[in-house]
Design a protein around this ligand. Structure first.
Ligand code: HEM
Length: 443
Protein backbone atom coordinates (compact mmCIF):
# COMPACT_ATOMS: atom_id res chain seq x y z
CA UNK A 1 0.00 0.00 0.00
CA UNK A 2 1.31 3.50 -0.81
CA UNK A 3 2.32 5.50 2.27
CA UNK A 4 0.27 8.56 3.07
CA UNK A 5 1.90 11.97 2.64
CA UNK A 6 1.78 14.67 5.33
CA UNK A 7 -1.20 16.98 5.74
CA UNK A 8 0.92 19.91 4.48
CA UNK A 9 0.96 18.26 1.05
CA UNK A 10 -2.82 18.57 0.63
CA UNK A 11 -3.28 20.98 -2.31
CA UNK A 12 -4.57 24.33 -1.11
CA UNK A 13 -6.77 27.13 -2.40
CA UNK A 14 -4.62 30.24 -3.04
CA UNK A 15 -5.05 32.82 -0.29
CA UNK A 16 -3.48 35.89 1.32
CA UNK A 17 -0.62 35.91 3.82
CA UNK A 18 -1.79 35.59 7.44
CA UNK A 19 -5.55 35.55 6.80
CA UNK A 20 -5.37 32.79 4.17
CA UNK A 21 -8.88 32.31 2.70
CA UNK A 22 -10.75 33.98 5.53
CA UNK A 23 -11.85 37.00 3.50
CA UNK A 24 -13.04 34.80 0.61
CA UNK A 25 -14.94 32.73 3.16
CA UNK A 26 -16.65 35.81 4.58
CA UNK A 27 -17.42 37.19 1.09
CA UNK A 28 -18.72 34.05 -0.62
CA UNK A 29 -18.27 30.73 1.09
CA UNK A 30 -20.04 28.78 -1.66
CA UNK A 31 -17.56 30.11 -4.23
CA UNK A 32 -14.72 29.08 -1.92
CA UNK A 33 -16.25 25.63 -1.56
CA UNK A 34 -16.53 25.39 -5.37
CA UNK A 35 -12.91 26.47 -5.74
CA UNK A 36 -11.81 23.77 -3.27
CA UNK A 37 -13.77 21.21 -5.30
CA UNK A 38 -11.99 22.25 -8.51
CA UNK A 39 -8.62 21.71 -6.84
CA UNK A 40 -9.27 18.09 -5.97
CA UNK A 41 -11.06 15.44 -3.91
CA UNK A 42 -9.45 16.92 -0.79
CA UNK A 43 -8.27 20.53 -0.68
CA UNK A 44 -7.04 22.79 2.09
CA UNK A 45 -8.49 26.20 2.84
CA UNK A 46 -6.87 28.39 5.49
CA UNK A 47 -9.07 30.16 8.04
CA UNK A 48 -6.18 32.43 9.14
CA UNK A 49 -3.84 29.98 10.90
CA UNK A 50 -6.38 27.10 11.00
CA UNK A 51 -6.47 24.70 8.03
CA UNK A 52 -9.81 23.13 7.02
CA UNK A 53 -9.78 20.14 4.66
CA UNK A 54 -12.66 20.27 2.20
CA UNK A 55 -13.82 16.91 0.84
CA UNK A 56 -15.58 17.07 -2.55
CA UNK A 57 -15.42 13.41 -3.49
CA UNK A 58 -18.11 10.79 -2.81
CA UNK A 59 -15.68 7.96 -1.96
CA UNK A 60 -13.71 10.11 0.47
CA UNK A 61 -16.94 11.43 2.00
CA UNK A 62 -18.05 7.83 2.52
CA UNK A 63 -14.75 7.07 4.28
CA UNK A 64 -15.11 10.05 6.62
CA UNK A 65 -18.82 9.71 7.37
CA UNK A 66 -19.26 5.94 7.29
CA UNK A 67 -16.20 3.65 7.16
CA UNK A 68 -13.94 5.69 9.46
CA UNK A 69 -16.74 7.48 11.33
CA UNK A 70 -15.24 6.51 14.69
CA UNK A 71 -12.15 8.64 13.94
CA UNK A 72 -14.22 11.83 13.88
CA UNK A 73 -16.52 13.90 16.02
CA UNK A 74 -18.58 17.01 15.28
CA UNK A 75 -16.41 20.04 14.69
CA UNK A 76 -16.30 23.06 17.04
CA UNK A 77 -17.70 25.03 14.07
CA UNK A 78 -21.20 23.68 14.89
CA UNK A 79 -20.99 24.81 18.52
CA UNK A 80 -22.58 28.17 17.76
CA UNK A 81 -25.92 26.31 17.88
CA UNK A 82 -25.31 25.20 21.46
CA UNK A 83 -27.28 27.93 23.29
CA UNK A 84 -30.49 26.64 21.70
CA UNK A 85 -29.71 22.96 21.06
CA UNK A 86 -27.66 22.26 24.18
CA UNK A 87 -26.42 18.69 24.21
CA UNK A 88 -29.10 17.48 21.80
CA UNK A 89 -28.40 14.81 19.18
CA UNK A 90 -26.99 17.11 16.49
CA UNK A 91 -24.15 18.35 18.71
CA UNK A 92 -23.67 15.31 20.97
CA UNK A 93 -20.69 12.99 20.55
CA UNK A 94 -19.42 9.59 21.67
CA UNK A 95 -21.44 7.43 24.07
CA UNK A 96 -23.89 10.26 24.76
CA UNK A 97 -24.70 10.44 21.04
CA UNK A 98 -25.08 6.65 20.74
CA UNK A 99 -27.43 6.45 23.72
CA UNK A 100 -29.62 9.36 22.66
CA UNK A 101 -29.80 8.16 19.04
CA UNK A 102 -31.23 4.86 20.31
CA UNK A 103 -33.70 6.54 22.66
CA UNK A 104 -34.94 8.90 19.94
CA UNK A 105 -35.28 6.27 17.20
CA UNK A 106 -38.79 5.05 18.18
CA UNK A 107 -40.17 8.57 17.59
CA UNK A 108 -39.22 8.18 13.92
CA UNK A 109 -40.38 4.59 13.41
CA UNK A 110 -42.52 4.06 10.24
CA UNK A 111 -45.85 3.64 12.08
CA UNK A 112 -45.26 6.91 13.94
CA UNK A 113 -44.45 8.72 10.73
CA UNK A 114 -47.68 7.64 9.06
CA UNK A 115 -49.57 9.23 11.96
CA UNK A 116 -47.73 12.56 11.47
CA UNK A 117 -48.84 12.45 7.80
CA UNK A 118 -52.35 13.72 8.62
CA UNK A 119 -50.91 16.71 10.44
CA UNK A 120 -48.65 17.47 7.48
CA UNK A 121 -51.56 17.59 5.02
CA UNK A 122 -53.80 19.53 7.43
CA UNK A 123 -51.17 22.20 8.10
CA UNK A 124 -50.45 22.58 4.38
CA UNK A 125 -54.16 23.06 3.75
CA UNK A 126 -54.29 25.62 6.55
CA UNK A 127 -51.45 27.55 4.88
CA UNK A 128 -53.15 27.36 1.47
CA UNK A 129 -56.40 28.64 2.96
CA UNK A 130 -54.60 31.94 3.68
CA UNK A 131 -53.67 32.48 0.00
CA UNK A 132 -55.83 34.09 -2.68
CA UNK A 133 -55.32 34.43 -6.43
CA UNK A 134 -52.97 37.24 -7.41
CA UNK A 135 -51.70 37.59 -3.84
CA UNK A 136 -48.03 38.33 -3.41
CA UNK A 137 -46.44 36.24 -0.68
CA UNK A 138 -42.97 35.77 0.78
CA UNK A 139 -42.71 32.08 -0.01
CA UNK A 140 -39.62 31.30 2.09
CA UNK A 141 -41.30 32.77 5.19
CA UNK A 142 -44.58 31.00 4.49
CA UNK A 143 -42.82 27.66 4.15
CA UNK A 144 -40.96 28.29 7.42
CA UNK A 145 -44.24 29.07 9.16
CA UNK A 146 -45.84 25.91 7.76
CA UNK A 147 -43.00 23.49 8.55
CA UNK A 148 -42.72 24.91 12.04
CA UNK A 149 -46.45 24.40 12.59
CA UNK A 150 -46.00 20.79 11.42
CA UNK A 151 -42.92 20.20 13.57
CA UNK A 152 -44.64 21.83 16.57
CA UNK A 153 -47.70 19.60 16.28
CA UNK A 154 -45.66 16.44 15.71
CA UNK A 155 -43.50 17.37 18.67
CA UNK A 156 -46.14 18.42 21.18
CA UNK A 157 -49.43 16.97 19.95
CA UNK A 158 -52.50 18.75 18.67
CA UNK A 159 -53.83 20.13 21.92
CA UNK A 160 -51.12 22.73 22.48
CA UNK A 161 -51.46 25.01 19.47
CA UNK A 162 -51.02 28.21 21.47
CA UNK A 163 -47.80 26.92 22.99
CA UNK A 164 -46.52 25.79 19.61
CA UNK A 165 -47.05 29.38 18.46
CA UNK A 166 -45.04 30.74 21.35
CA UNK A 167 -42.30 28.21 20.60
CA UNK A 168 -42.35 29.40 16.98
CA UNK A 169 -41.82 32.98 18.17
CA UNK A 170 -38.93 31.96 20.40
CA UNK A 171 -37.31 29.86 17.69
CA UNK A 172 -37.60 32.59 15.10
CA UNK A 173 -36.02 35.10 17.48
CA UNK A 174 -33.33 32.60 18.46
CA UNK A 175 -32.55 31.60 14.88
CA UNK A 176 -32.15 35.21 13.80
CA UNK A 177 -29.77 35.87 16.69
CA UNK A 178 -27.74 32.73 15.87
CA UNK A 179 -27.56 33.77 12.22
CA UNK A 180 -26.44 37.31 13.12
CA UNK A 181 -23.69 35.73 15.19
CA UNK A 182 -22.68 33.40 12.38
CA UNK A 183 -22.57 36.30 9.88
CA UNK A 184 -20.71 38.72 12.14
CA UNK A 185 -16.97 39.15 11.42
CA UNK A 186 -16.34 39.35 15.18
CA UNK A 187 -17.39 36.35 17.25
CA UNK A 188 -17.55 36.87 20.97
CA UNK A 189 -18.70 34.37 23.59
CA UNK A 190 -22.43 34.44 24.32
CA UNK A 191 -21.70 35.79 27.81
CA UNK A 192 -20.90 39.20 26.22
CA UNK A 193 -23.97 41.46 26.51
CA UNK A 194 -24.22 42.32 22.79
CA UNK A 195 -27.74 43.18 21.57
CA UNK A 196 -27.88 39.94 19.51
CA UNK A 197 -26.79 37.91 22.53
CA UNK A 198 -29.46 39.56 24.68
CA UNK A 199 -32.05 38.74 22.01
CA UNK A 200 -30.84 35.17 22.05
CA UNK A 201 -31.18 34.96 25.82
CA UNK A 202 -34.72 36.34 25.56
CA UNK A 203 -35.54 33.72 22.92
CA UNK A 204 -34.15 30.92 25.05
CA UNK A 205 -36.13 32.14 28.05
CA UNK A 206 -39.37 32.02 26.01
CA UNK A 207 -38.55 28.55 24.67
CA UNK A 208 -37.47 27.14 28.04
CA UNK A 209 -40.59 28.41 29.79
CA UNK A 210 -42.90 26.62 27.36
CA UNK A 211 -40.88 23.46 26.85
CA UNK A 212 -40.21 22.85 30.55
CA UNK A 213 -43.90 23.36 31.33
CA UNK A 214 -44.89 20.90 28.60
CA UNK A 215 -42.36 18.45 30.03
CA UNK A 216 -43.89 18.80 33.53
CA UNK A 217 -47.39 18.28 32.13
CA UNK A 218 -46.24 15.30 30.03
CA UNK A 219 -44.58 13.69 33.05
CA UNK A 220 -47.75 14.16 35.10
CA UNK A 221 -49.84 12.46 32.36
CA UNK A 222 -47.32 9.65 31.93
CA UNK A 223 -48.96 8.27 28.77
CA UNK A 224 -47.93 7.97 25.11
CA UNK A 225 -50.08 10.49 23.28
CA UNK A 226 -48.40 9.86 19.92
CA UNK A 227 -46.24 13.00 19.87
CA UNK A 228 -42.44 13.05 20.01
CA UNK A 229 -42.33 14.65 23.47
CA UNK A 230 -44.38 11.91 25.10
CA UNK A 231 -42.20 9.25 23.46
CA UNK A 232 -39.05 10.92 24.78
CA UNK A 233 -40.53 11.17 28.28
CA UNK A 234 -41.34 7.45 28.31
CA UNK A 235 -38.03 6.33 26.74
CA UNK A 236 -35.95 4.07 29.03
CA UNK A 237 -32.70 2.13 28.85
CA UNK A 238 -30.37 0.54 31.42
CA UNK A 239 -29.37 4.07 32.57
CA UNK A 240 -33.02 4.98 33.14
CA UNK A 241 -35.02 7.84 31.64
CA UNK A 242 -33.84 11.12 30.10
CA UNK A 243 -33.67 14.07 32.49
CA UNK A 244 -35.83 17.15 31.91
CA UNK A 245 -32.80 19.07 30.63
CA UNK A 246 -31.94 16.28 28.17
CA UNK A 247 -35.51 16.12 26.87
CA UNK A 248 -35.49 19.90 26.49
CA UNK A 249 -32.28 19.77 24.42
CA UNK A 250 -33.62 17.03 22.15
CA UNK A 251 -36.93 18.80 21.56
CA UNK A 252 -35.14 22.06 20.68
CA UNK A 253 -32.72 20.20 18.41
CA UNK A 254 -35.51 18.46 16.53
CA UNK A 255 -37.48 21.67 16.13
CA UNK A 256 -34.49 23.64 14.88
CA UNK A 257 -32.89 20.92 12.73
CA UNK A 258 -36.24 19.84 11.40
CA UNK A 259 -38.14 22.84 10.16
CA UNK A 260 -35.82 25.24 8.35
CA UNK A 261 -34.21 22.50 6.26
CA UNK A 262 -37.56 21.19 5.01
CA UNK A 263 -38.91 24.72 4.47
CA UNK A 264 -35.92 25.53 2.26
CA UNK A 265 -36.33 22.30 0.35
CA UNK A 266 -39.95 23.23 -0.47
CA UNK A 267 -39.08 26.83 -1.36
CA UNK A 268 -36.33 25.73 -3.76
CA UNK A 269 -38.63 23.09 -5.26
CA UNK A 270 -41.16 25.79 -6.15
CA UNK A 271 -38.37 27.94 -7.54
CA UNK A 272 -37.31 25.17 -9.91
CA UNK A 273 -40.90 24.24 -10.83
CA UNK A 274 -41.65 27.84 -11.77
CA UNK A 275 -38.58 27.88 -14.02
CA UNK A 276 -39.41 24.55 -15.68
CA UNK A 277 -43.00 24.62 -16.98
CA UNK A 278 -42.70 21.16 -18.57
CA UNK A 279 -41.70 19.63 -15.25
CA UNK A 280 -44.55 21.45 -13.49
CA UNK A 281 -47.07 20.23 -16.10
CA UNK A 282 -45.96 16.62 -15.65
CA UNK A 283 -46.13 16.96 -11.86
CA UNK A 284 -49.59 18.57 -12.03
CA UNK A 285 -50.83 15.67 -14.18
CA UNK A 286 -49.48 13.16 -11.66
CA UNK A 287 -50.88 14.78 -8.51
CA UNK A 288 -54.21 15.66 -10.13
CA UNK A 289 -54.70 11.99 -11.05
CA UNK A 290 -53.82 10.91 -7.51
CA UNK A 291 -56.97 12.30 -5.85
CA UNK A 292 -56.97 12.96 -2.12
CA UNK A 293 -53.44 13.29 -0.74
CA UNK A 294 -52.47 11.09 2.20
CA UNK A 295 -49.46 9.14 3.41
CA UNK A 296 -50.56 5.74 2.02
CA UNK A 297 -50.74 6.82 -1.62
CA UNK A 298 -47.31 8.37 -2.06
CA UNK A 299 -46.04 5.38 -4.06
CA UNK A 300 -48.41 6.47 -6.85
CA UNK A 301 -46.50 9.76 -7.21
CA UNK A 302 -42.87 8.93 -8.09
CA UNK A 303 -42.41 12.15 -10.05
CA UNK A 304 -43.44 14.22 -7.01
CA UNK A 305 -40.65 12.56 -4.97
CA UNK A 306 -38.22 12.91 -7.89
CA UNK A 307 -38.83 16.68 -8.03
CA UNK A 308 -38.00 16.95 -4.32
CA UNK A 309 -34.94 14.72 -4.53
CA UNK A 310 -33.55 16.59 -7.52
CA UNK A 311 -34.08 19.87 -5.63
CA UNK A 312 -32.19 18.45 -2.64
CA UNK A 313 -29.35 17.61 -5.02
CA UNK A 314 -29.15 21.08 -6.60
CA UNK A 315 -29.93 23.07 -3.45
CA UNK A 316 -28.99 20.83 -0.49
CA UNK A 317 -30.22 22.73 2.62
CA UNK A 318 -27.36 21.18 4.65
CA UNK A 319 -24.72 22.08 2.09
CA UNK A 320 -21.82 20.73 4.14
CA UNK A 321 -21.16 18.77 7.30
CA UNK A 322 -18.23 19.47 9.62
CA UNK A 323 -16.00 17.00 11.42
CA UNK A 324 -12.92 17.07 13.67
CA UNK A 325 -10.43 14.15 13.65
CA UNK A 326 -10.05 12.57 17.09
CA UNK A 327 -6.85 10.76 16.07
CA UNK A 328 -4.34 10.79 13.22
CA UNK A 329 -6.16 9.47 10.17
CA UNK A 330 -5.37 8.94 6.52
CA UNK A 331 -7.79 10.65 4.12
CA UNK A 332 -7.22 10.58 0.36
CA UNK A 333 -3.57 9.61 0.70
CA UNK A 334 -2.77 12.31 3.27
CA UNK A 335 -2.15 11.76 6.96
CA UNK A 336 -4.25 14.27 8.89
CA UNK A 337 -3.29 15.02 12.51
CA UNK A 338 -5.64 14.69 15.52
CA UNK A 339 -7.74 17.85 15.73
CA UNK A 340 -7.78 18.32 11.93
CA UNK A 341 -10.99 20.03 10.79
CA UNK A 342 -12.86 18.63 7.78
CA UNK A 343 -15.82 19.92 5.79
CA UNK A 344 -17.63 17.37 3.65
CA UNK A 345 -19.02 19.41 0.77
CA UNK A 346 -22.41 17.84 0.08
CA UNK A 347 -23.16 20.49 -2.52
CA UNK A 348 -19.74 20.01 -4.15
CA UNK A 349 -20.37 16.26 -4.49
CA UNK A 350 -23.90 16.81 -5.86
CA UNK A 351 -22.60 19.18 -8.55
CA UNK A 352 -19.80 17.01 -9.92
CA UNK A 353 -20.06 16.51 -13.68
CA UNK A 354 -18.52 13.02 -13.46
CA UNK A 355 -21.39 11.94 -11.16
CA UNK A 356 -24.25 13.84 -12.82
CA UNK A 357 -24.38 14.81 -16.50
CA UNK A 358 -24.99 18.55 -16.88
CA UNK A 359 -25.02 18.86 -13.06
CA UNK A 360 -26.49 22.38 -12.82
CA UNK A 361 -29.59 21.40 -14.83
CA UNK A 362 -32.83 20.59 -12.95
CA UNK A 363 -33.89 17.14 -14.19
CA UNK A 364 -36.18 15.19 -11.84
CA UNK A 365 -35.90 12.18 -14.22
CA UNK A 366 -32.54 11.49 -12.57
CA UNK A 367 -34.51 10.38 -9.50
CA UNK A 368 -37.07 8.10 -11.08
CA UNK A 369 -36.58 4.55 -9.73
CA UNK A 370 -34.60 3.05 -12.68
CA UNK A 371 -32.18 5.98 -12.94
CA UNK A 372 -31.66 5.93 -9.17
CA UNK A 373 -30.78 2.25 -9.19
CA UNK A 374 -28.18 2.80 -11.91
CA UNK A 375 -26.23 5.32 -9.79
CA UNK A 376 -23.92 4.60 -6.82
CA UNK A 377 -25.95 5.52 -3.74
CA UNK A 378 -23.18 7.48 -2.07
CA UNK A 379 -23.12 10.08 -4.89
CA UNK A 380 -26.23 11.54 -3.25
CA UNK A 381 -26.15 12.57 0.40
CA UNK A 382 -28.54 15.43 1.22
CA UNK A 383 -29.11 13.81 4.62
CA UNK A 384 -25.47 12.90 5.29
CA UNK A 385 -24.45 9.27 5.82
CA UNK A 386 -23.28 6.78 8.44
CA UNK A 387 -24.06 6.77 12.16
CA UNK A 388 -24.94 10.47 12.08
CA UNK A 389 -27.21 10.35 9.05
CA UNK A 390 -30.22 12.64 9.54
CA UNK A 391 -32.61 10.97 11.99
CA UNK A 392 -35.48 12.96 10.46
CA UNK A 393 -34.86 12.10 6.80
CA UNK A 394 -38.01 9.97 6.43
CA UNK A 395 -40.03 12.57 8.31
CA UNK A 396 -38.66 15.29 6.00
CA UNK A 397 -39.32 13.37 2.78
CA UNK A 398 -42.82 12.42 3.90
CA UNK A 399 -43.55 16.03 4.80
CA UNK A 400 -42.09 17.45 1.59
CA UNK A 401 -44.03 14.99 -0.59
CA UNK A 402 -47.36 15.52 1.18
CA UNK A 403 -46.96 19.28 1.30
CA UNK A 404 -45.82 19.62 -2.32
CA UNK A 405 -48.58 17.40 -3.74
CA UNK A 406 -51.24 19.20 -1.65
CA UNK A 407 -49.96 22.59 -2.83
CA UNK A 408 -49.56 21.62 -6.50
CA UNK A 409 -53.18 20.43 -6.63
CA UNK A 410 -54.38 23.85 -5.46
CA UNK A 411 -51.91 26.52 -6.63
CA UNK A 412 -49.27 27.52 -9.09
CA UNK A 413 -46.61 30.01 -7.96
CA UNK A 414 -44.77 32.62 -9.99
CA UNK A 415 -41.31 33.38 -8.62
CA UNK A 416 -38.42 35.63 -9.77
CA UNK A 417 -36.28 34.42 -12.66
CA UNK A 418 -33.13 34.24 -10.58
CA UNK A 419 -32.52 33.96 -6.85
CA UNK A 420 -29.10 33.36 -5.30
CA UNK A 421 -28.47 30.91 -2.51
CA UNK A 422 -27.27 32.27 0.82
CA UNK A 423 -25.47 29.79 3.03
CA UNK A 424 -26.37 30.76 6.57
CA UNK A 425 -27.38 27.95 8.92
CA UNK A 426 -28.84 26.24 5.88
CA UNK A 427 -28.86 27.11 2.18
CA UNK A 428 -31.67 29.65 1.99
CA UNK A 429 -32.72 32.01 -0.81
CA UNK A 430 -30.84 35.30 -0.48
CA UNK A 431 -33.33 38.08 0.22
CA UNK A 432 -36.22 35.57 0.40
CA UNK A 433 -38.43 34.26 -2.39
CA UNK A 434 -41.23 36.66 -3.36
CA UNK A 435 -43.97 34.76 -5.18
CA UNK A 436 -47.36 35.42 -6.75
CA UNK A 437 -50.17 32.94 -6.12
CA UNK A 438 -52.31 31.63 -8.97
CA UNK A 439 -55.14 29.44 -7.65
CA UNK A 440 -55.93 26.39 -9.76
CA UNK A 441 -59.53 25.29 -10.37
CA UNK A 442 -60.68 22.71 -7.80
CA UNK A 443 -60.83 19.23 -9.31
C1 HEM B 1 -34.85 18.37 3.93
C2 HEM B 1 -34.73 18.30 5.23
C3 HEM B 1 -33.47 17.91 5.97
C4 HEM B 1 -32.18 17.89 5.56
C5 HEM B 1 -31.61 18.27 4.20
C6 HEM B 1 -31.38 17.42 6.68
C7 HEM B 1 -30.01 17.21 6.63
C8 HEM B 1 -29.28 16.66 7.67
C9 HEM B 1 -27.89 16.28 7.57
C10 HEM B 1 -26.99 16.43 6.35
C11 HEM B 1 -27.52 15.76 8.77
C12 HEM B 1 -26.16 15.16 9.14
C13 HEM B 1 -25.31 16.12 9.92
C14 HEM B 1 -23.92 15.56 10.14
O1 HEM B 1 -23.56 14.50 9.65
O2 HEM B 1 -23.16 16.23 10.83
C15 HEM B 1 -28.68 15.84 9.64
C16 HEM B 1 -28.70 15.44 10.96
C17 HEM B 1 -29.80 15.57 11.78
N1 HEM B 1 -31.08 15.95 11.41
FE1 HEM B 1 -31.66 16.45 9.56
N2 HEM B 1 -32.22 17.19 7.75
C18 HEM B 1 -33.51 17.47 7.35
C19 HEM B 1 -34.65 17.32 8.12
C20 HEM B 1 -34.68 16.94 9.44
C21 HEM B 1 -35.87 16.75 10.23
C22 HEM B 1 -37.30 16.90 9.70
C23 HEM B 1 -35.46 16.45 11.50
C24 HEM B 1 -36.29 16.16 12.73
C25 HEM B 1 -37.58 16.07 12.78
C26 HEM B 1 -34.02 16.44 11.50
C27 HEM B 1 -33.23 16.19 12.60
C28 HEM B 1 -31.87 15.94 12.53
C29 HEM B 1 -31.08 15.55 13.69
C30 HEM B 1 -31.56 15.41 15.13
C31 HEM B 1 -29.78 15.31 13.22
C32 HEM B 1 -28.57 14.85 14.03
C33 HEM B 1 -28.41 13.36 13.86
C34 HEM B 1 -27.19 12.79 14.56
O3 HEM B 1 -26.17 13.47 14.66
O4 HEM B 1 -27.28 11.63 14.97
N3 HEM B 1 -33.58 16.74 10.22
N4 HEM B 1 -29.74 16.36 8.94
Amino acid sequence: MATASAAQSVPSVAGLPLVGNLLQFRRDRLALQDEAGRIGPIARVQMAHVPVYVISDADLAHRVLVTDADAFRKSPATRFLEPVMGDGLLLADGEHHKRHRKLLAPAFAPRRLAAYGETMVAETQAQLAMWSSGQRIELAEQMLEMTLAIAGRAMFGTDVRRDAKRVAEGLELGMRALMENQRSPVRLGYEWPLPRHLRLRRAIKILDEVVYRLIREGRARGTDSGDVLSILLLARDEQGALTDAQVRDEVMTLLLAGHETTANALTWTWYELARHPNVLARLQAEVDAAGEIHADMLATMPYNLACIEETLRLHPPAYLVDREATRAIEVGGHMLPPGALLAVSIRGIHLRSDYYADPHAFRPERFLPEAKKARPRHHYLPFGAGPRVCIGSHFALLEAQLALATMVQRVQLRVPVHVDAEPVITLRPRGGMPATVVLRALR
